[in-house]
Design a protein around this ligand. Structure first.
Ligand code: COA
Length: 342
């Protein structure tokens, strides 16, 4: 059984190097018969491969796919046969480290199509395979070719609008998953996993390999690698700490039914039903005064010791400045839980 498959329409630069690929119907664990057909039609010989397919090969692939009953993929191959842009057929036999741009794009599509969860795919080394591009109203353009294309557009009476200069495009140019609202589409990158029922407001941002499980109101930043549980909201301008640069190595996540207040931030993973007061940034090393259900101090601990624990309220005491954590547990329960592994 292979790992993933996709027929994509791509863009190449003047050197014939792949810049990006659009896979309308990527699939995880394709049927063996489908891969057998790719072997015969495209001379695929196993492993992870991105095959630049000709119109003739795609027509042959389409009819062979139709015979195996893979109707959707067959009709995509048929349409792709008449594409004016280059077509790539990518087969990933395994989830090994990607070795080409089309392979990386297939993985990013699997995430945004909700076929794979963040942390569910091997993404190491992808930065080196994603060229930094100008994303324009006329598609992706190699930065070396940009001045020429800008001049050409002007001379033909058009303006080339550059939406961004980045390694990742915006997700919605590739897929709009069912049941989402995204106020400013530029703020969600391809490779984000946006759960059904999620609203991303203008201040919200979702990086690749990160996202929401389900219903959520996102008005803050979901950094790479961070997953937000169902029913949790991120207040305006808040931040979840990423692990890509400078951060700790703890994987940050937010449990279900949490609220991170406006301009707050977390550097530890939160359990279910937690709240962080507006404006309070908790890092792993923040010293926290842990209060029990009757507001009595139990002990001073580091926030990392409260990672993944449910039903906590973090706030900065407005009179003393101390960071406090209130729970609905008694001092005895808290002590037992905190020191269970001592
Ligand atoms: C932390 C937070 C959740 C507390 O809210 P709450 O549980 O409703 O608590 P209340 O405001 O009712 O306060 C309860 C008591 O604690 C006190 N209190 C609240 N915050 C305090 C603080 N930082 N320091 C000292 N006392 C505080 C209140 O004065 C009140 O005291 P009282 O019992 O004497 O009346 C809330 O202040 C907050 O920051 N919410 C985030 C909202 C947000 O940003 N949403 C996103 C919008 S985009």
């Amino acid at each position: 059984m292979s790992f993933a498959f996709g027929i994509g329409i791509g863009t190449q630069n003047n050197q014939g190097e792949w810049l990006e690929v659009f896979y309308p119907q990527p699939i995880m664990t394709p049927e063996t018969e489908l891969i057998d057909v790719v072997e015969t039609s495209l001379n695929y010989r196993g492993g992870n491969q991105a095959i630049h397919a000709t119109a003739e090969q795609l027509t042959q692939l389409a009819s062979a796919l139709r015979q195996t009953g893979a109707i959707d993929q067959a009709s995509l191959a048929e349409k792709a046969a008449s594409s004016e842009r280059p077509v790539v057929v990518t087969v990933l036999e395994t989830d090994d480290t990607a070795s080409s741009t089309p392979e990386v794009y297939l993985k990013l599509h699997l995430l945004s199509h909700r076929q794979a969860k963040p942390h569910g795919l091997k993404l190491d080394g992808i930065f080196g395979l994603l060229p930094n591009l100008a994303w324009t109203n006329e598609g992706a353009i190699d930065l070396n070719e940009l001045p020429e294309r800008q001049l050409k557009a002007r001379m033909e009476g058009r303006t080339l609008e550059i939406k961004s200069v980045d390694k990742f495009p915006q997700m919605t140019d590739y897929v709009v998953p069912k049941g989402v609202r995204i106020a400013d589409t530029a703020r969600v990158r391809l490779g984000a996993y946006v759960g059904e029922g999620t609203t991303v407001m203008h201040e919200g941002f979702i990086n690749f390999n990160a996202g929401t499980e389900g219903t959520s109101m996102i008005e803050g930043r979901i950094s790479a690698g961070v997953m937000i549980g169902k029913g949790s909201d991120l207040g305006g301008g808040c931040s979840t700490m990423g692990t890509l640069s400078g951060g700790g190595n703890m994987v940050i996540a937010v449990g279900e039914n949490c609220l991170i207040g406006a301009n707050a931030g977390i550097g530890i993973p939160l359990g279910d039903r937690c709240k962080v007061e507006a404006g309070l940034y908790i890092t792993a090393g923040t010293k926290v005064a842990l209060l029990d259900d009757s507001n009595t101090l139990v002990e001073i601990i580091k926030a990392r010791d409260l990672a993944n624990k449910p039903d906590l309220l973090f706030r900065r005491n407005s009179q003393t400045g101390a960071v406090e954590c209130k729970t609905n547990q008694s001092a005895i329960e808290l002590n037992e839980e905190l020191h269970a592994n001592n």
